[in-house]
Write a protein of this length. Structure first.
Length: 388
């Protein structure tokens, strides 16, 4: 464990995934004294994630508030990626594999086509740029698509990024800013508790929150920011549950696709995300199995079966990697960002399918930059329904 003198901290971020690391980086950049606690930073859901920055293609009909959050965060991504690449000493956002080449949502049957029509009408109503395409037009954009694709919806503004490169860059940027990373599990202490530990073992400023690390050390801060993803429910008793996703990376000598492609196969959504180096990410299952991160034969079978329906050529590719991650789901699919009256900490969790997309906006909300969008994410919606 790092034995770094911490001094008086403004923010201690519990959780070193893309949301926690982004928050720590932006808070430190804004001049706040910050530390991060995580036993294995960048190894959870952010390691599994495909990195789609696709508010339009991921949205459901009842999820207009989520769409607003996603669209606002997508707008922030180009500057976020450029500044991160700069702070991490990487040169340009290309090093994060940031690309804004759009998503193509495709349909096979009459029901799928009708669903795409409805989605197109909904997007039009919201003033979002989408284009309805015939099967032939889809194949002109993506020649490797199956001949049975009958139509599609093109969202030209959707983007994507490689989350593994993003978290590596965030860790490098934090190192440059001398933000301590405490590689230890943290449990929350009720605010204002006397430590009970011999003097010298605890660092507790005039704090409004504190955590106990696995070695018994206590660390206090003006604000504890809980960004522990699927584990946030267990740590703070907030309504966050794990939603398992199995995801596969295939290796291709040359890129098979020019943009993200997604579709419904056998009633299940599947997506394919191309990387600059020829890798193709195929995701993802959605399973309610608690804290289960096993990669299963059934999960791998489903992913390959459904990906092959969209792009038959995937079966020629080499399997590079299959992992399972745990999305932090909430009852209404919206994240929880802001002070939580019950646990006394500030939440930055519950991002479900959108952690990578929503990381820049979450950091901005924690900095008080987006009060209106921040109100949509307030944890008060679950503790005090009158204030919604
Ligand atoms: N954002 C895609 C997923 O969670 O599978």
């Amino acid at each position: 464990m790092d034995i770094t003198p911490l001094g008086d901290l403004d923010d201690l971020v519990v959780g070193g995934g893309v949301v926690g690391l982004s928050a720590a980086w932006r808070l430190a950049r804004a001049g706040r004294r910050v530390a991060v606690a995580d036993p294995a930073p960048a190894s959870g859901a952010s390691h599994a994630a495909a990195g789609m920055l696709a508010p339009v293609s991921e949205v459901g009909y009842t999820e207009e508030p989520l769409l607003r959050l996603g669209a606002a965060s997508l707008e922030r991504w180009p500057a976020f990626a450029a500044e991160l690449a700069d702070d991490a000493g990487l040169g340009s956002a290309n090093a994060l594999d940031y690309r804004a080449d759009g998503t193509l949502d495709v349909a096979f049957g009459a029901d799928d086509l009708a669903a795409l029509d409805e989605l197109a009408a909904f997007m039009d109503k919201l003033g979002l740029p989408v284009e309805r395409l015939t099967g032939r037009e889809c194949r002109r954009l993506e020649p490797m698509l199956a001949p049975s694709v009958r139509g599609g919806l093109h969202a030209p503004d959707d983007a994507w990024v490689d989350p593994r490169r993003v978290t590596a860059a965030l860790l490098a940027a934090l190192r440059h800013l001398e933000v301590p990373i405490l590689t230890s599990r943290a449990s929350l202490l009720p605010s204002g508790l006397p430590s009970g530990l011999p003097s010298g073992t605890a660092v507790r400023p005039a704090s409004s929150g504190a955590v106990r690390l696995a070695d018994g050390r206590e660390v206090g801060a003006g604000r504890i920011v809980l960004a522990a993803g699927a584990w946030s429910g267990e740590l703070a008793g907030v309504p966050v549950r794990p939603v398992k996703g199995q995801i596969m990376r295939l290796r291709s000598p040359q890129p098979l696709l020019g943009r993200c492609v997604r579709g419904m196969v056998h009633g299940l959504p599947v997506y394919l995300v191309p990387r600059g180096d020829g890798e193709l990410v195929v995701g993802a299952t959605q399973e309610e199995l608690g804290f289960d991160t096993r990669v299963t034969a059934g999960g791998v079978y489903e992913l390959l079966r459904d990906a092959r329906e969209l792009v038959p050529g995937v079966t020629e590719l080499e399997v590079a990697d299959v992992v399972a991650g745990l999305r932090p789901g909430t009852p209404d699919n919206l994240p929880l960002i802001g002070p939580d009256a019950t646990s006394g900490v500030t939440l930055a969790t519950g991002h479900h399918r959108g952690g990578v997309l929503l990381a820049p906006l979450t950091a901005a909300i924690l900095l008080g930059e987006e009060p209106e969008l921040g109100a949509l994410c307030s944890p008060r919606r679950f503790t005090n329904r009158d204030e919604r």
